[in-house]
Design a protein. Structure first.
Length: 293
């Protein structure tokens, strides 16, 4: 049976869970406030002062992280209001007002950097992902992320990939089997690794295996796997690999993927292209918060 869907990948519908956001923001605020709080703001700004601040994109990009920014100010002062003027996943031009925050000036100043750090990082990932997605438009290839994420922030970075139009690969080591080259060596070969993984996995767990050569792929295709990761292959070998698989499993190209190379990789006919660069090399989107009294 041909496997043309993408359901082996981890997809989290909708936005981020509220509890996950709260815990991450609380940790970031504790890191920033330390034992004594915002000594600059508390010394220079009246506790009764109110302000209106506008979040502005200082360059073009794709927005992600609005709910995280909103939660930052809610934790510091529930009376502060946060109004988003765009949605996560929206592409914006430079100087676009992304959101407005109103309320206690101390709370806004104290939360400013945490909110901007989350939004800038997440929007940068969403922006880079959109560029990759646009580069493969017109092909069957889908852009996917990897586990090359910032420790503790994986859910946020993978959400940002979705905002940019990309797909999530497995979330962690727990939700899908991915047999890589070192697993194959340690298990005693491709066939032994696949058999052991199949025997240990439940019926809901998908199995993918990495291959470096067409000879390895031929061995893999004698077994029932859900996907094959074609690692660091030339485009000519990728085309041959896609023909060999012939729809019996999903094909994923990985290794050396960049914006200049991704279109040619997509043209080989692979189903997926995974790129660690989406999360480990994305530049932060420049966003600013300015007071408007």
């Amino acid at each position: 049976m041909k496997r043309q869907d993408l359901k082996f990948m981890t997809e989290i519908a909708g936005g981020l869970p509220a509890l996950l956001i709260t815990r991450a923001v609380e940790a970031a605020l504790l890191e920033d406030l330390g034992l004594t709080g915002d000594i600059t703001t508390n010394a220079t700004v009246s506790a009764k002062a109110v302000a209106t601040g506008v979040f502005e994109a200082r360059g073009p990009g794709v927005i992600s992280g609005l709910d995280v920014a909103r939660e930052t100010f809610r934790i510091l002062d529930p009376a502060v209001t946060f109004e988003a003027h765009v949605s996560d996943g929206d592409a914006v031009a430079a100087k676009t007002v992304v959101a407005t925050v109103k309320g206690n000036a101390r709370a806004i100043l104290t939360g400013e950097r945490v909110a901007l750090n989350f939004m800038g990082r997440m929007s940068g990932i969403a922006t880079l992902t959109r560029r990759f997605v646009d580069a493969v438009a017109g092909t069957k290839a889908h852009i996917a992320d990897t586990r090359k994420t910032t420790p503790g922030l994986r859910a946020f970075e993978k959400y940002a990939v979705r905002c940019g139009g990309g797909h999530n690969h497995r979330t962690g080591l727990f939700d899908a089997v991915l047999i890589k080259d070192n697993h194959i060596v340690a298990a005693g070969g491709i066939q032994a690794a696949i058999r052991a993984a199949r025997a240990a996995s439940g019926h809901m767990v998908k199995i993918e295996i990495e291959v470096d050569t067409l000879e390895q792929l031929a061995v893999v295709l004698t077994h029932n796997v859900d996907a094959v990761l074609l690692d660091n292959m030339t485009n000519d070998r990728l085309r041959k690999a896609v023909a060999m698989v012939d729809g019996r499993a999903l094909t994923e190209a990985s290794g050396g993927v960049s914006l200049p190379t991704v279109a040619a990789i997509a043209a080989t006919g692979v189903d997926l292209i995974s790129a660690g660069a989406l999360t480990h090399s994305a530049a932060v989107l420049d966003l600013g918060l300015d007071f408007k009294y």
